[in-house]
Design a protein around this ligand. Structure first.
Ligand code: FAD
Length: 517
């Protein structure tokens, strides 16, 4: 017999399959020896009270051995003789578009400016070691896209539960741990995600799809408002409808679209800093325990949000037990972001702390029209680079010094490997951002006593939270509002934010493109 049961247990009782079986046996008076296996269907941590509890929904196999699959399989046929669709960009949007096209009997041809995920790792290491950023292979560009070396958080605010579950199942089919199907806040980790990405690529190739690395799309080929294909940096042409999934760091793509007269729109985005605390301190605060998280709980997360003078100030992409990383995509810029290994085992907790920006907040850039947000980001990243000594060393300030507008005379240790240097962020970052961050931090420090601390380090600047530009498309057929056969897709098109939502958008664009003849 298989039963679905719920239990609420102490962290230790949830720490192994045997402990969970014991807890089920006691709670539901089921003979211990009759429980042959359990599967965790849902798991969440309830840290609202002093005693942290784990809530679980379980499938309990009583006198029965599991024979059902742990995840739903998707089948991919051979599409090598089918008509092609071009996908520009091998981020989550592009890769999931390719898999979906195969399911629908179309042949994906992926064009990716960066290297494969294995080679890319070497360029990422060089950023810290030699302070060199390769403009074609970095934290943003290359196989797997911007999230390949990340925390691999897979939660999203998307309400489309069915689509989210589908994406998570496909991740499992390609090697992700099935715990992502159960956890309330699933994540894969930077040590494991690249392997999953490689497996997705192997599946695409096995089914007859193509992937061309180190191949940059430089031009969209358009005739009579209809897409013909793309031209690459070495003049090679590919002809087919195009799913454009180039992410929000490919500024050259936006410039190309703008210069070609292709309609774009400006949109809101967010800018700020990375904030790094000792993980132990976050564990103490979030688990209400001076001893920290103890033996059985994971590194604690947090999420804060406030409204300050009409704009949101919020934590973004929090990485427990992680590292702050140099995420610039070209020379003369500093951009920071965060990642964590699967065990979230580092001694630091970091998160973006950003302020919402609307197009009207950056009026002084209005001469750049729809590209004003990009120009604003570029200038801030350049200023950060100058204040970081014109290297990848990042300007940084103690959190309390920032709030009190003081220079930090020394800095706490940081996970940011290119190095940090003391800098008055309150002085050179735009005032409409720093004033809101200051108020936001004071508020967060009030609702979570100890969060506002001199042990926390602010590292500049976090600018790539979402795209400041939208490439408008029709809701129904997903095509660009004028150019037929062009499917703006994922985060760069302004229709997604995060790995899972980009993947969902990739699937939707593939479904629309598969119907286009
Ligand atoms: P991208 O992932 O940006 O992919 C675009 C791809 O297009 C890139 O591979 C790029 O090389 C390629 N490309 C660009 N221009 C061209 C061109 N002209 N020709 C050919 N190819 C081109 N999100 C989460 O949900 N969870 C996380 O934990 C998380 N952590 C992150 C950590 C870091 C360090 C970073 C940088 C981002 C993180 N994100 C995270 C955000 C997430 O990665 C993005 O939201 C997501 O990758 C967007 O997917 P996308 O496919 O739309 O675009």
């Amino acid at each position: 017999m298989i039963k679905e049961l719920k239990i609420r247990v102490l962290p230790k009782q949830a720490s192994s399959e045997y402990n969970i079986i014991q807890a089920v046996s006691q709670e539901y008076a089921i003979d211990l020896s009759s429980i042959k296996a359990i599967r965790v269907l849902k798991r969440s941590i309830d840290a609202r009270q002093r005693q942290v509890m784990i809530n679980m929904q379980l499938k309990v196999y009583i006198n029965e051995i599991p024979t059902d699959d742990e995840y739903i399989h998707t089948y991919y046929d051979d599409v090598s003789d089918k008509s092609p669709v071009i996908i520009v960009g091998a981020g989550p949007a592009g890769l999931f578009a390719a898999l979906r096209l195969i399911e629908l009997g179309r042949r994906p041809i992926i064009i990716e400016r960066g290297k494969n995920v294995h080679e890319r790792r070497k360029d990422i290491a060089r950023i810290s070691r030699e302070q060199i950023v390769n403009s074609e292979s970095n934290y943003s560009f290359g196989e797997g896209g911007a999230g390949a070396f990340s925390d691999g958080k897979l939660y999203t605010r998307s309400k489309k539960r069915g689509s989210v579950d589908r994406i998570l199942n496909i991740f499992c089919q390609h090697g992700a741990d099935t715990s992502i199907l159960a956890d309330a806040h699933p994540h894969i980790g930077t040590d494991k995600l690249p392997v999953v990405i490689e497996n997705i690529r192997k599946q695409i190739e096995k089914s007859g799809g193509e992937i061309h690395f180190e191949t940059r799309m430089d031009k969209l080929l358009i005739k009579n408002d209809e897409i013909i294909g793309v031209e690459t940096q070495n003049g090679k042409e590919f002809h087919a409808p195009v799913i454009l999934a180039t992410g929000h760091s490919a500024r050259d793509v936006y410039y190309h679209l703008y210069e070609s007269g292709i309609e774009l729109e400006s949109k809101g985005f967010a800018v700020g800093v990375r904030l790094e605390h000792p993980q132990h301190l976050i564990d103490q605060l979030q688990y209400h325990n001076p001893k920290g998280r103890g033996e059985y709980l994971p590194a604690a997360e947090y999420s804060f949000v406030a409204q300050v003078n009409g704009r949101g100030v919020y934590s973004f992409c929090m990485c427990p037990g992680g590292f702050v990383v140099p995420a610039a995509s070209g020379p003369n810029q500093i951009v920071v972001n965060g990642m964590s290994p699967s065990n979230r085992g580092s001694v630091w907790a970091n998160s973006g702390m950003v302020v919402e920006i609307r197009p009207e907040d950056i009026d002084q850039y209005s001469r750049y029209g729809v590209l004003s947000g990009i120009k604003f980001q570029e200038e801030l990243e350049y200023q950060c680079y100058v204040n970081g000594n014109c290297k990848q060393t990042a300007p940084a300030q103690r959190m309390t010094d920032f709030v009190n507008k003081k220079v930090s005379f020394d800095l706490p240790k940081s996970s940011y490997t290119p190095g940090v240097i003391s800098s008055p962020l309150h002085f050179w970052m735009p005032e409409f951002i720093t004033s809101r961050l200051r108020e936001g931090f004071s508020y967060f420090g009030k609702i979570s006593k100890g969060f506002l601390t001199r042990e926390a380090l602010m590292i500049g600047v976090e600018t790539r939270t979402s795209s400041p530009v939208r490439i408008p498309r029709y809701k129904g057929n997903m095509q660009h509002v004028r150019i037929k056969g062009l499917y703006p897709c994922g985060e760069g098109a302004g229709y997604a934010g995060g790995i899972v939502s980009a993947a969902i958008d990739g699937e939707r664009c593939a479904e629309a493109a598969a119907q286009y003849m």
